[in-house]
Design a protein around this ligand. Structure first.
Ligand SMILES: N=C(N)NCCCC(=O)O
Ligand SMILES: [Zn+2]
Ligand SMILES: [Zn+2]
Length: 325
């Protein structure tokens, strides 16, 4: 059988959907996200899934450049109906896999420009982006593109063990620990509506938190999720975001290392994959304009634990994009 063309797909509402796992075993053939069509196989996409294989911005263990394809491999098991939201995400929207951006691994400034240009290119005509990282450096050019498309600074939910609002590392401004300070400085975030979720772990000093607060960030720590519970956290976050254009950035290290061992800067005491998915589902009806899932590093993954979590997180993010209030 020709494994590349004319695959039996689950097509609904005129949307070209995933290759049907009842007819072609889900482990066969080349991986696209959720076995969806490639972007060049559809006329246009409402949502493009794009990989950014870049990890030159990391401060500790490298390897997130391989994250996108690792998530695509784990996403073969996803099914078309999402019972948690009673909807079929790939029937609501045309979702397609745009492949990877060819990013310079030796020049961070050039890489950032390539990512920004690639994101703008892919979002022409109203397509929304779900990006698979890559390290967290890539959120800066993705936010620049999102704010340009929105025509205004955007609200952001940032799921992460880390603040990523540090200033520089070894004098470098553009790293995976600094994207959100740069974004605030550039005025591309709506500082009335930016929150970190899942924060924990040792910091360099109390000043880290003071500066972060000065930038406008709200913080829901990992302990807050545990002590207050998902519903209270969701209510607070929704209140802060309102109907602003919203970007969601998910650093997979927001999950406890038990739920996401395959990442570069793991921190103990994280939230569970169930809690993360439940908080995301609580964002139903928000104006989600773009999202990323970053910092998946397969070399430290075991039994694809991290990639499975990331593939589900991406699935619920895409689901949200198809759920207008
Ligand atoms: N963005 C992630 N994953 N990590 C930032 C860690 C920064 C540090 O090494 O202090
Ligand atoms: Zn992190
Ligand atoms: Zn991060």
């Amino acid at each position: 059988m020709d494994m590349s063309q004319n695959q039996p797909r689950i097509n609904t509402n005129g949307k070209v959907g995933p290759i049907d796992a009842a007819q072609v075993p889900r482990y066969a053939g080349a991986a696209t996200y959720a076995r969806l069509p490639r972007l060049d196989e559809v006329a246009r996409a409402d949502v493009a899934v794009v990989g950014v294989p870049f990890d030159t911005g990391v401060s500790y263990r490298p390897g997130a450049r391989f994250g996108g394809n690792h998530i695509r491999e784990a996403s073969r098991l996803l099914r078309p109906y999402n019972p948690a939201q009673d909807t079929s995400p790939f029937a609501n929207l045309q979702v397609a896999d745009a492949g990877d951006l060819a990013v310079n691994p030796f020049n961070i400034n050039e890489a950032i420009e390539t990512i920004q240009a690639g994101a703008l290119d892919l979002t022409e005509g109203g397509t929304r982006l779900l990006t698979l990282g890559g390290d967290h450096t890539i959120a800066l050019p993705l936010l620049r593109a999102a704010a340009e498309r929105a025509g205004q600074p955007v609200a952001m939910l940032h799921f992460d063990a880390h603040l990523d609002t540090w200033d520089t590392y070894f004098g470098a401004e553009y790293t995976h620990g600094t994207p959100f300070r740069r974004a605030v400085e550039e005025g591309i975030l709506d500082t009335e509506a930016i929150s970190h979720v899942g924060t924990r772990g040792p910091l360099y000093g109390k000043k880290d938190l003071e500066e972060d607060r000065r930038f406008g960030f709200g913080i829901v720590t990992s302990s807050d999720v545990f002590r207050q519970g998902v519903d209270e956290v969701v209510a607070k976050l929704r209140d802060r975001i309102g109907n602003r254009p919203l970007y969601i950035s998910v650093d997979i290290d927001v999950l406890d290392p038990a739920h996401a061992p395959g990442t570069g800067t793991p921190e103990a005491g994280g939230i569970t994959s169930r809690e993360l998915l439940e908080i995301l589902r609580g964002m139903r009806g928000m104006n989600l304009i773009g999202a990323d899932v970053v910092e998946v590093a397969p070399a430290y993954d075991h039994a694809d634990i991290t990639a499975v979590a990331a593939s589900h997180v991406a699935y619920d993010l895409i689901t949200l994009m198809g759920l207008e209030s």
